[in-house]
Design a protein around this ligand. Structure first.
Ligand SMILES: Cc1cc2nc3c(=O)[nH]c(=O)nc-3n(C[C@H](O)[C@H](O)[C@H](O)COP(=O)(O)OP(=O)(O)OC[C@H]3O[C@@H](n4cnc5c(N)ncnc54)[C@H](O)[C@@H]3O)c2cc1C
Length: 329
């Protein structure tokens, strides 16, 4: 690992100011970042450790207006086990969190770090390869190489996929996030965290240097709200998803009155599928409806040489998520 200075900030502003300096990275628990530094894929001169700010930036709370506030440095275990996530409205977020990695990783890894983790594309994460997204080569090597885990939707010149389990349910639930940059506090829609044009030269997220995510906010859910999350993977334990689907529905009796559907692990960003979700509104649950929605969720897919299976498996995952979300009890 290349030597670096380790910055231990005493305040959020100090962390942000330090993070603005050239060649500087912010660190949550370091599960992803330190891995990349050990591989010399990222060689910062300064590392700003955010963990000393845990008192202010960790924890889950239900605000007076019913909104759920998730501190950026909350661990995945704290989030999964929080009583506020106990009901059906938050089931999707709870499941996505509990399916992430291993108990050891979940005990350390932070919510913000999970959402902002770097893609798992084996070309960009390998020192031996020179790929376009890493800024070290002329082309996306996965496009013509070994691409069974890569994108089938929404890709342009780079077929990486967004690896976060938490991002799809948070998007489906209409979350927002707050950041601090110097002394400026900004709150934005969760979708703004990801590039609108996920091209190779764009990073995984839209944060500016030194911009610290401080909290995620999930709006209060109406009566009849439910959510669910399903994913496929190669291994049953501690593996990233090959396809994922988060749904959030509002039910009035057995009729669906509102719906959101977001796919994970199939595109360079977590991918909302509003045209598929729309098909659910005003309908009652049925296998035929879920098949139609699943087909619409993957409409326009453009699979690569080794990943057409993602269409078949991904559609089954959409059907499963809908079937669980609409179950009677
Ligand atoms: C064996 C294994 C299996 C895994 N399986 C899964 C899985 O199935 N699904 C899944 O989603 N993930 C999985 N992961 C990934 C893991 O969840 C992430 O690496 C972890 O959540 C990162 O959190 P962290 O706090 O360690 O972030 P760090 O590694 O510290 O940071 C990650 C990135 O986020 C940035 N960052 C962190 N916090 C902030 C902040 N507050 N503001 C601004 N920028 C910030 C950092 O600069 C860095 O770029 C797995 C990891 C391992 C080791």
């Amino acid at each position: 690992m290349k030597p670096f200075t380790y910055v231990v900030p005493r305040s959020l502003q100090e962390a942000s100011e330090a993070g603005k300096q050239p060649d500087t990275v912010l660190k949550g628990a370091g599960v992803d970042l330190i891995d990349r530094m050990k591989e010399r894929l990222q060689t910062p001169t300064h590392v700003v450790n955010l963990l000393p700010l845990k008192d202010a930036l960790a924890g889950v709370a239900v605000e007076a207006n019913g909104e759920l506030r998730i501190g950026a440095l909350t661990t995945l275990t704290q989030l999964e086990q929080h009583t506020a996530l106990a009901g059906r409205a938050f089931e999707g977020l709870r499941l996505a969190t509990g399916m992430t990695a291993t108990p050891q990783v979940r005990n350390r890894a932070t919510v913000a770090g999970n959402i902002l983790q770097f893609t798992r594309c084996w070309y960009v994460r390998s020192e031996a390869h020179r790929c376009l997204h890493g800024g070290r080569g002329p082309t996306c090597l996965a496009m013509t190489g070994e691409n069974r885990f890569h994108a089938v939707l929404g890709w342009q010149d780079c077929v990486r996929v967004h690896p976060s389990n938490l991002a799809p349910p948070l998007l489906a639930m209409g979350a927002e996030y707050t950041t601090t940059l110097g002394d400026k506090v900004t709150r934005r829609k969760f979708a703004d965290l990801f590039p609108a044009e996920p091209r190779a030269q764009n990073p995984e997220h839209t944060l500016l240097p030194g911009e610290v995510v401080t909290a995620i906010h999930v709006p209060p859910q109406p009566a009849g709200a439910r959510s669910f999350y399903c994913e496929s993977r190669e291994k049953l334990s501690f593996d990233w998803a090959t396809t994922a689907c988060a749904v959030r529905l509002v039910m009035d009796g057995d009729t669906i009155t509102a719906a959101d559907l977001v796919l994970g692990a199939v595109a360079p960003v977590p991918l909302p599928r509003p045209n598929a979700a729309k098909l659910l509104v005003g309908q009652k649950a049925s296998e035929q409806l879920f098949q139609k929605v699943a087909d619409a969720a993957f409409a326009g897919a453009n699979p690569l040489a080794h990943n057409a299976y993602k269409l078949t498996v991904g559609k089954a995952i959409v059907r499963d998520a809908l079937s669980h979300a609409t179950r009677q009890s």
